[in-house]
Design a protein around this ligand. Structure first.
Ligand code: ARG
Length: 465
């Protein structure tokens, strides 16, 4: 038997450098379980169709069981000489069971084999990702519920804008994660189609049964064009895109956690187990984990661009370029899975400093919009109300106080330049200026009123089942 699966044609061996450069076994061996599973389904079909003998299939099954055990126990010897996971396993199979091993590759190519393995592998990664998103969401809902009533400043331009509740703020991230879950579930539909049976690119002359193999491997359907089937990596790009977006969401949340944890802001504290100290500054407690999540988003964005760039110039059908799809894909899956695992735990360890949130709210004229809305409800046109309150804010700023600290007369005087404003301001104005009043008034679907936040959490729990 030749040393290499394709060596008969060649007059000289490749150099060690070329061997290392072209091999993928160092990284694609992590698809060994999927490769064995795919081979068994293929062999079973070959036997059912009478393409190989029943005893061949029995030998292949026995050999693969042995190989799976060897890999699991760490005894399997991976060899660069055999290039990739597929050839390593096939070679070992032949060593173990002889001719049956040599019959396994009938009607198949590594091109449809590798495409099948990646899809099997990615399907598992997606299922794991979806489960972890669920864990993250459930923990997020728990904290949001605890803080459905906790006021904090809502920001635009990082300037205090209007009061929101911390629960409402967290629920914004629930919505993002819900879309993320939808995207992964949708991507899974296109991952779950079977390329096997396309052989190298044109199909095969053996009487194969692709539907049988699809059913054996849990695929929803087969890929319907052999050229496309061996060369399509859309599904990997889609996964990386969904992952990059999920990481972008967690990166934004991380940025907020980092900001909130800064002593200058002081809205939250993170549990010590997610932070590290400084080797020089004894007082430091740094939010390393959220910072790394933010940093690793660069990695997942890069992987997406790497795959798009990998595919853009490839003529049909399979090209060796495609071997470069695996490391970015694995890396993105690893990053997303680890990040979700850590995040689900980290958010349960958030200690909220409600007093500081409230303190920040009383410094930024957060209820100025409420005052303007009050004047509008008394009949003043909105633009006039806006201007009147702007004058009041300016006066308060000059005095170094907040709006509720004015007496009614002082407030009226401050707004006097706008005709009709002062006389529309009554004593009930001070109830309007409270944080609780402001929050409770935004009582519609999607608003920050605590009752709405609780309704949103209930809705989310129903969605999660
Ligand atoms: N290791 C290859 C890959 O990852 C398997 C397919 C190779 N096929 C070939 N004809 N060279 O894509």
């Amino acid at each position: 038997q030749p040393a290499k699966a394709w060596s008969g044609r060649f007059s000289e061996p490749v150099s060690d450098l070329v061997k290392r450069y072209t091999a993928s076994v160092t990284f694609d061996q992590r698809m060994a379980a999927q490769d064995i599973r795919g081979s068994l389904a293929h062999a079973k079909m070959l036997a059912r169709q009478g393409i190989i003998g029943a005893s061949d299939f029995a030998d292949i099954e026995r050999g693969m069981a042995q190989i799976a055990g060897e890999i699991e126990r760490g005894e399997f010897v991976w060899s660069l000489d055999d290039e990739d996971v597929h050839l390593n396993i096939e070679k070992r199979l032949t060593a173990l069971v002889g001719d049956a091993g040599k019959r396994l590759h009938t009607g198949r190519s590594r091109n449809d084999q590798v495409a099948t393995d990646i899809r099997l592998w990615l399907r598992d990664a997606i299922d794991q990702t979806l489960e972890l998103i669920g864990d993250f969401q459930r923990n997020l809902l728990d904290i949001a519920e605890q803080h459905a009533d906790t006021p904090m400043p809502g920001f635009t331009h990082l300037q205090v804008a209007q009061p929101v509740t911390f629960g409402h703020h967290l629920m914004a991230y629930y919505e993002m994660s819900r879309r993320d879950a939808e995207r992964f579930a949708d991507c899974r539909k296109r991952v779950n189609r079977l390329p096997l049976g396309s052989a190298a690119l044109a199909g095969t002359s053996y009487p194969i049964d692709r539907e049988f193999v699809a059913a054996e491997l849990g695929f929803d359907e087969v890929c319907y064009n052999s050229l496309d089937a061996v060369s399509d990596r859309d599904f990997a790009i889609e996964f990386c895109a969904a992952a990059a977006l999920l990481m972008t969401h967690l990166s934004r949340l991380s940025e907020e956690l980092i900001l909130w944890m800064s002593p200058r802001v002081g809205f939250i504290d993170l549990a010590d187990r997610f932070c590290t100290g400084s080797s020089i500054m004894p007082q430091k407690k740094n939010p390393d984990v959220p910072e790394l999540v933010r940093g690793k988003t660069g990695r997942t964005n890069g992987n997406l661009i790497a795959l798009l760039t990998l595919m853009k110039g490839q003529p049909l059908a399979y090209n060796k370029d495609n071997q470069e799809d695996k490391e970015p894909l694995y890396d993105t899956a690893d990053t997303v899975i680890d990040t979700l695992r850590i995040y689900a735990d980290m958010i349960t360890g958030i200690k909220v400093k409600a007093d500081n949130m409230r303190g920040a709210l009383s410094q930024g004229f957060a209820t100025a919009t409420d005052l303007a809305d009050y004047l509008v409800k008394q009949g003043l046109p909105f633009r006039d109300a806006h201007e009147a309150v702007a004058l009041a804010v300016r006066a308060a700023e000059q005095r170094g106080c907040d709006l509720p600290q004015f007496t009614l007369d002082e407030l009226r005087a401050a707004m006097a330049e706008v005709p009709g404003a002062a006389e529309r301001a009554g004593p009930e104005i001070f109830a309007v200026l409270t944080i609780e009043g402001s929050l409770a008034s935004r009582n519609h679907v999607g608003g920050t009123a605590p009752d709405q936040v609780r309704a949103a959490i209930l809705r989310a729990r129903k969605q999660l089942g």
